[in-house]
Design a protein around this ligand. Structure first.
Ligand SMILES: [Zn+2]
Length: 333
């Protein structure tokens, strides 16, 4: 009896000791892992490489920059229009349009059977805080499908969007200055919220570069729009670095959803090399040859972010993704 008591006492004591050690260790050795991805709409790779973009360069200097692609495989079932909403949906689901079923910017019927990043993160751990900062409301209400039963009935914790519907504050003008004004607000609010709150997963979507492309094509106006977008990236990069200085581990991705036609730079949607060629800048430096060789695709971003966040992805969801992570496996993965 006494022996048994001693054994139990020893087991209990060691259990207490283990628990006492494990908690501070877990807190001390496992910094919070967070991610933000930014889509700058419709900037061809040759343009972002030619125009001065110090903020994107700073992100890439911390990690890497490479060309990538959208559009799936030409002539295969995965072929996907080089159009905005199909691109965003490919990014957030890690699948091409033959799965997510978004082939245009309107009249959408997304196939929510292919889970998006926010659904995966919220359902894996509802205490994770998710946020969207977007110049296009449909990213949250249609593509993510917030609050829809067939999209998992999830809610993001913070949303800054819908300003394009406020034509009093942002009257629509032919030169699309209203879109630039919304981008400015969205990026400032994103930077402030990330700096103060450090949400676990954020999507920042900025539109004006695509409007400049459609209106003016290749040239000075498009280059100026790219420089302005880069300054917005700089705000968010500053916020991320502030959070990193507090001990958090952040993955930042800056990318685009499609290129533009080679003749004028105004159009996109087809499968030409310039329309399909995109780019990715990230502050992550453990990058696979798939990334550094320029073979990464927009569908690789979601699995990369999930790897960084160390989120438990349901096997069926992971297996349904067309993309693969471009991060090298870490000892913990
Ligand atoms: Zn676009």
């Amino acid at each position: 009896m006494r022996t048994l008591f001693r054994v139990l006492a020893t087991v209990a004591a060691s259990a207490v000791l283990t628990a006492a050690c494990a908690l501070p260790l877990a807190r001390g050795s496992e910094p919070a892992r967070k991610a933000v991805f930014i889509i700058l709409d419709g900037i061809p790779a040759d343009v972002v490489e030619r125009v001065s973009t110090p903020a994107i360069d700073a992100v890439a200097a911390a990690g890497g920059y490479a060309r990538a692609h959208v559009g799936g495989t030409i002539g295969a079932p995965t072929e996907t229009p080089t159009v905005s909403a199909p691109g965003y949906m490919s990014l957030i689901t890690g699948t091409w349009a033959y799965k997510h079923n978004v082939r245009g910017n309107s009249n959408q019927a997304p196939n929510y059977a292919y889970w998006n990043l926010f659904r995966i993160v919220e359902l894996a751990d509802s205490t994770k805080r998710t946020a969207i900062f977007s110049t296009w409301l449909d990213n949250r209400t249609v593509l993510i499908g917030e609050g829809r039963a067939d999209a998992g009935n999830i809610r993001l914790d913070h949303a800054v969007d819908g300003f394009e519907l406020d034509t009093v504050a942002y009257p629509h003008d032919a030169a699309h200055a209203w879109v630039l004004a919304i981008d400015e607000r969205v990026s400032r609010e994103a930077a402030a919220y990330i700096a103060e709150q450090g949400p676990d997963l954020s999507w920042v979507y900025l539109q004006h570069t695509d409007d400049a492309g459609h209106a003016y094509g290749d040239g000075a106006a498009m280059d100026d729009a790219v420089r302005r977008a880069d300054a917005m990236v700089g705000r968010i990069w500053d916020a991320v670095r502030k959070r990193e200085s507090m001990g958090e581990q952040w993955m930042m991705v800056v990318t685009t959803d499609h290129g533009r036609d080679a003749r004028t730079g105004k159009g996109h949607g087809g499968q030409s090399e310039r329309e399909r060629t995109t780019w990715i800048a990230t502050n992550q430096h453990a990058l696979s040859p798939r990334f550094t060789s320029g073979a990464a695709a927009i569908v690789d971003i979601a699995p990369s972010i999930l790897q960084h966040l160390r989120v438990a992805v349901p096997t069926a969801v992971a297996n349904a993704m067309d993309g693969v992570s471009f991060l090298k496996p870490s000892p913990r993965d």
